[in-house]
Design a protein around this ligand. Structure first.
Ligand code: TRP
Length: 457
């Protein structure tokens, strides 16, 4: 079966795809989540395993997703159904698309709550709350936010409204254009912050924390979290990147484009860690504090540096933008599905899905206060939601994508679509997608569930 023309036009260029995919990839995952789970897992060994997983698992799966999207030229569910029929005569692989719809909604329900924290902190920075603050002060500030369901609800609602308004009108284009200028600016601000971190006197300690390999720090859960984070941060295992791939021009190289996206995403995450941990150590904070880590450290830095109010407000504002573009990618699969299958108007579908996600968000909000003591599996409800989506659902979909792309799809199809040439690059991808990625994902998942040890006995 040959190649298809896209149904809804194409990206103007390969660069447009890179911008859109980077916009989805760079978000709270890089700047809020990466440093806090690095801190929870003791630093260096976690970072090393994360980088390994990005290269050996996430990147080949990302290539597979983009490839399936471009070959199917439809939304993820329909693309998977079509390709599944084409390759196997049955439609059952469309389940990958369905899982993506579900995962995106669940992730957005807590993502929006953290997006709300970011808005709250942007405004507080402008109003001078953090000027001249100290470690005890930021702790108090953060505890006050976490203790207040109403304040969190207000900003969660605002963040969801931002998302729904853009998606309902289908004006993502405008936001993506704005992002072309805002993302480089975010990058520059990160560099400014790294510069500040160098003046704290704890820069080397921070670097050592991030890059010293100490295997004893790493638990089974930590390895699983590193894998989940690789999927989360690159926005893969959801079919979202597949949807973007549907618009990728035929002559764009999938290997090169996905590699640039992964490189930029990883650079932002690493820079965030490099600027954050020195601030943690300089102020005697605990790197393993958890989800509040970003909101404890940055205000301290902004309170102390020159023009900190301006830098701080700008930084949080840019982070809101980065989170906003990601949230659009998280809600889109569900909205697209509802529009196509129930013949609903786009705006109606968006309000319905947005409403459901907003409601689900209450779980995360309450898990920081009124439901703080409800801790199934020894984790808060929020942490369970994150664990289940990032570390179980995303890798599970990733596993199926790898199996489909590597084993079900015939060699001819993937060779034709990937255009990696006849040499080693295609063989390397095929080896990773058929053996390395699925086996590693399976082992890590079994290990995390405590099952591997039982099998080996
Ligand atoms: N990568 C995003 C971040 O780092 C979060 C995310 C996960 C996402 N899956 C996605 C964004 C799918 C858009 C589409 O913040």
């Amino acid at each position: 079966m040959g190649r298809r023309e896209p149904l809804h036009g194409q990206w103007s260029s390969r660069i447009a795809f890179i911008f859109a995919a980077t916009g989805a990839a760079v978000g709270l995952g890089n700047i809020w989540k990466f440093p806090y789970i690095t801190g929870l897992n003791g630093g260096g060994a976690f970072v090393a395993v994360y980088l390994l997983f990005v290269l050996a698992i996430a990147l080949p799966v990302m290539m597979a997703e983009v490839m399936l999207g471009r070959r199917g030229r439809r939304n993820p569910i329909n693309a998977m159904r079509l390709l599944s029929e084409e390759e196997t005569g049955k439609t059952r692989w469309q389940i990958v698309g369905w899982l993506g719809v579900l995962t995106g909604m669940l992730i957005l329900s807590y993502y929006s709550v953290i997006g709300g924290w970011t808005i709250d902190y942007a405004l507080r920075t402008v109003s001078g709350t953090f000027a001249q603050t100290n470690a005890a002060g930021v702790r108090e500030q953060f505890a006050a936010l976490a203790a207040s369901p109403w304040r969190m609800l207000l900003w969660h609602t605002v963040f969801m409204l931002l998302t729904v308004l853009v998606v309902a009108r289908g004006v993502e284009q405008g936001l993506e254009k704005a992002l072309k200028y805002l993302m480089p600016l975010l990058f520059v601000l990160l560099l400014v912050m790294v510069g500040y971190a160098m003046t704290t006197g704890h820069f080397m300690q921070g670097l050592r924390y991030m890059f010293d390999f100490n295997i004893s720090e790493l638990s089974a859960d930590g390895i699983l979290m590193a894998m989940g984070q690789a999927f989360f941060s690159l926005s893969i295992g959801m079919g979202a990147i597949m949807a973007y791939g549907a618009y990728l021009p035929e002559d764009a190289s999938i290997g090169g484009t996905t590699l640039s996206v992964a490189l930029m995403d990883t650079t932002v995450a690493l820079l965030t860690g490099i600027m954050l941990f020195p601030i943690v150590f300089a102020n005697g904070l605990d790197p393993a504090h958890g989800p509040g880590l970003l909101f404890l450290t940055l205000p301290l830095a902004f309170g102390q540096m020159t023009a900190g109010t301006i830098f701080g407000a700008l930084f949080f504002l840019l982070l809101v933008f980065a989170a906003w573009t990601s949230s659009i990618g998280l809600i889109e699969p569900a909205v697209a599905r509802l529009v196509e299958h129930r013949q609903l108007r786009r705006s109606h579908a968006t309000w319905i899905i947005g409403g459901i996600i907003w409601l689900l968000g209450l779980i995360s909000i309450f898990s920081f206060n009124v439901l703080r003591d409800v801790r199934p599996f020894g984790r808060s409800l929020f942490a369970n939601l994150d664990f289940f989506t990032s570390n179980i659902l995303l890798p599970f979909s990733g596993f199926m994508i790898a199996v489909f792309a590597g084993w079900v799809m015939c060699r001819g199809s993937s060779t034709e679509e990937l255009e990696l040439g006849a040499g080693n690059r295609y063989s390397a991808w095929r080896l990773l997608i058929r053996f390395v990625a699925p086996v590693a994902m399976l082992l890590v998942s079994l290990h995390a569930l405590g099952l591997l040890e039982k099998f080996l006995k």
